[in-house]
Design a protein around this ligand. Structure first.
Ligand code: HGY
Ligand code: MN
Ligand code: MN
Length: 409
């Protein structure tokens, strides 16, 4: 069975790469930190006797052949890039858990019918370029040249960052996989919420992944002297943005299932004694029900336009990404639930509020996810933590599910 000690040791080693003074991790795509993380993960894949390769989008994968090398593969995946000031488990648990499963299968001399692969997808988080899931988008063939023009805060486009990392953006199409080459996609991931902790369960069976819309809102008013401009004759872009942020919170909370977050704000010119003339806001809006999300978005747009009209502020919306919710495969959910029962764990079904690469891979093959309990539900924060026991339990469930889906002879 899987070796929890080895998994925990690797999680701790990987967590040191990109570790910041203040304790968080920063491993952005196409940076030296991410390269170092991929090199370490590649060495673990070699220790597991996997055939290691990187595709044209920088996805790093290890493959173990099955009895029938032409059979569609079972793909295990996640990511090793992080958000800024991130935690140690978001992504790495899925990649290292997948390697642990394959190393265990190899050490036990088990022959599966199907090939099994584990992949570390490029740029799942979108922390550097505000796009996200670049690697899994490329796997589906849906990563466009337009996508590669998203820039980071220094104005570096993805395509340039790829070249600097030794990749040819013209060739990302080569990373596309045909649906015929994949039988199933599985991801082990921390829950990043409090549900499993509340249920007293170490693991859960994911029902589906909420669909995110990422927008950029641009407010244009008029910069002016903070001391000489009466309150009634200002066109204060930041005051307008503040009203809209309140609208986001109100409209998201009103549905009972939608979440709305303004995570980034840029104020121009940014002087203590200058009325802000321009503001850029990000908006992350999600729901497991697409219609509910889109209605909330419509209300936010309408009320924001009214508020800015009343204030004499220009408002424009830019769309960064829009993904539909992705349901998990009933067959894979049943396989994960059976593995839970086998381990004496009550199978518990729950949705994922967080986005994952499985949203794209689900376009190629049936997708399933296993959640591991998160302490206090904290994630995207250095305090993100799951116990060694729960990580091992999650890896065991992954191992049993892989053997079921890949066919064990
Ligand atoms: O944004 C998300 O939900 C994921 O962490 N990338
Ligand atoms: Mn994340
Ligand atoms: Mn993640």
């Amino acid at each position: 069975m899987v070796d929890g000690e080895r998994l925990w040791k690797r999680l701790s080693e990987l967590a040191e790469i990109g570790k910041r003074e203040e304790g968080g991790v920063a491993r952005f795509s196409f940076t030296p930190e991410e390269r170092a993380a991929k090199n370490l993960v590649a060495s673990y894949m070699e220790e597991a006797n996997l055939a290691v390769r990187e595709d044209a989008a920088g996805n790093l994968s290890g493959r173990r052949e099955g009895r029938d090398p032409d059979a569609p593969a079972v793909l295990i995946g996640s990511h090793v890039d992080s958000v800024s000031n991130g935690g140690d488990f978001d992504g790495p648990l899925g990649v290292l858990g997948g390697i642990e499963v394959l190393q265990t299968i190899d050490e036990e001399g088990v022959q599966t019918d199907r090939p099994v692969e584990v992949v570390a997808f490029t740029d799942e988080e979108g922390a550097r370029f505000s796009l996200g899931m670049i690697g899994s988008r490329a796997l589906t063939g849906m990563l466009s040249r337009e996508d590669l023009r998203h820039e980071d805060r220094d104005g570096v486009p993805i395509e340039q960052a790829m070249r600097d990392a030794g990749l040819d953006p013209e060739k990302v199409g080569d990373a596309a996989r045909s649906p015929a080459s994949l039988a199933a996609y599985l991801e082990l991931h921390i829950e990043q919420g409090k549900v499993l902790e509340g249920e007293g369960l170490p693991v859960g069976v994911v029902t589906g992944i909420a669909g995110p819309v990422w927008l950029r809102l641009s407010f244009s008013g008029e910069a002016g002297h903070a001391g000489t401009t009466p309150m009634g004759s200002r066109r204060d872009a930041l005051a307008a943005a503040a009203e809209v942020m309140g609208i986001v919170e109100e409209e998201a909370a009103s549905t009972g299932s939608t979440v709305g977050t303004v995570g980034q704000i840029e104020v121009r010119p940014g002087g203590i004694n200058i009325i802000p003339g321009g503001v850029e806001l990000s908006l992350d809006l999600r729901d497991i029900d697409e219609a509910v999300r889109d209605r909330a978005e419509g209300r936010i747009r309408e009320r924001a336009e009214e508020a800015c009209g009343r204030r004499g502020i220009g408002l424009s919306f830019g769309e960064l990404q829009r993904l539909p919710p992705a349901p998990c495969s009933e067959e894979i959910r049943a396989s994960i639930a059976a593995a839970c029962e086998r381990e004496g764990i009550r199978p518990y079904a729950l949705p994922s509020g967080a986005g994952h690469d499985g949203m794209h891979v689900a376009e190629l093959c049936p997708m399933g996810m296993i959640f591991v309990r998160s302490k206090d539900g904290i994630s995207h924060n250095p305090k993100e933590w799951s116990s060694r026991e729960d990580c091992e339990t999650g890896c065991k469930i992954l191992y049993l599910t892989v053997l079921d889906l890949a066919g064990q002879t």
